[in-house]
Write a protein that binds this ligand. Structure first.
Ligand code: ZN
Ligand code: ZN
Ligand code: ZN
Length: 365
């Protein structure tokens, strides 16, 4: 499919979702709904970029100086550029005059929304994630291939870690994080989104910020990293142990591996998001680690590192073909050690498919 046809089909589907939810207009700005729908990334700056989709028209409004960057598919949207002396919110308001119910992008700056609320009072404002989120959550074949390619690139860095090619002992977490980041780029990522490196007791903090703490023999090192490659994200967590792990860590890892496997296997079409969480959590609870698993089991992934759907208790959304999400249970023993094991999984009619294949053992270095 050429890109104009791809974006046309997405606009057609988003209009159907709008009709279903009685939404008269969709308004998206910075964030990933915009590139998903028209292939254009807004600069996340103070000048307003906005796409307005109504039942009959779609209009991309950009600052005049950004217009040369727009690949304009005239069959998909009208392009309007605004001058430095104009009020872009007034232009948006004029496009929305006849709309009663307006879905607004989650990441649109509040400075524009606040102005719009004043210029267009009496409308019913809802969130665009309910309209665009379900479309973005179901990946097509090209998107699944992009996730697989990004996953394979992240796997190559994980394998380097597991082969001992990334020096650890005597380096700081921050140094190892920078090393992993460079390797993600070398393996084909366009940007690095994060590279968490947490040693020993720091690994008990799931989103630890790598710092000056020096890595020593005898401890676990948790590495959780990912980037964006051709528009789609990778995200993987592996742990290595520097020297033979003590018995409690060894036992915890085998419980964690079983929990992660159970979570992956629950990611079947027709299952629910919360059943993935329950499957992984059930294993850890059964092994006595329930109180040490302090976050949801996973998040959706695609153009964004975290997006719909979320694998969390209470999310009864049915898993569909093309849903892509992480399965990442962890065990965190405060002040001592922590561990997490994460793969990206795509639910397909042939069962759950992992996008990551680096060994899931606790590799001893
Ligand atoms: Zn996270
Ligand atoms: Zn991760
Ligand atoms: Zn993740």
């Amino acid at each position: 499919m050429n890109s104009a046809a791809l974006y046309t089909s997405r606009i057609v589907r988003v209009r159907a979702a709008m009709r279903e939810q009685s939404v008269d207009a969709l308004l998206v700005s910075v964030g990933h709904d915009l590139p998903y729908l028209v292939g254009y990334h807004a600069m996340p700056l103070e000048r307003l970029t906005a796409l307005v989709v109504t039942s009959s028209k779609s209009t991309l409004l950009v600052p005049r100086l950004e217009a040369p960057r727009v690949e304009h598919h005239a069959s998909v949207f009208d392009l309007v550029s605004w001058d430095e002396t104009q009020d872009p919110v007034a232009i948006v308001a004029s496009l929305l005059l006849d709309s009663k119910r307006i879905a607004v992008g989650d990441q649109m700056w509040s400075r524009f929304l606040v102005d719009l609320l004043r210029q267009l009072p009496g409308r019913d404002y809802v969130r665009s994630v309910d309209v665009v989120g379900p479309l973005r959550a179901s990946k097509d074949d090209a998107e699944i291939a992009a996730l697989a390619a990004a996953g394979a690139a992240a796997d190559r860095v994980a394998a380097q870690l597991q082969r001992g090619e990334i020096p650890l002992v005597g380096r700081t977490e921050a140094e190892v994080s920078a090393d992993i980041s460079a390797r993600l780029l070398a393996e084909g990522h366009d940007v690095v989104n994060f590279a968490i490196v947490a040693a020993g007791e720091n690994a008990a903090s799931p989103h630890h910020h790598p710092g000056r703490r020096e890595i020593r023999r005898g401890e676990i090192v948790l590495c959780d990293f990912g980037g964006t490659m051709n528009g789609y994200c990778s995200d993987i967590t592996r742990c290595v142990h520097l020297g033979a792990p003590p018995a409690d860590v060894q036992r915890a890892w085998s419980d964690l591996q079983r929990a992660q496997e159970a979570g992956v296997q629950a990611g079947v079409v027709g299952g629910t998001c919360e059943s993935v969480d329950a499957a992984a959590r059930g294993v850890l609870e059964g092994a006595g680690w329930g109180d040490y698993f302090i976050h949801r089991t996973g998040h959706g992934i695609g153009m964004e590192a975290h997006e719909e759907p979320y694998m969390v208790r209470g999310n009864v959304l049915q898993i569909a073909h093309g849903h892509a999400f992480s399965v990442e249970p962890g065990i965190y023993v405060s002040g001592k050690w922590g561990m997490r094991l994460e793969d990206i999984v795509v639910a397909t009619t042939n069962g759950p498919q992992r996008m990551n294949h680096a060994t899931r053992d606790l590799v001893v270095l």
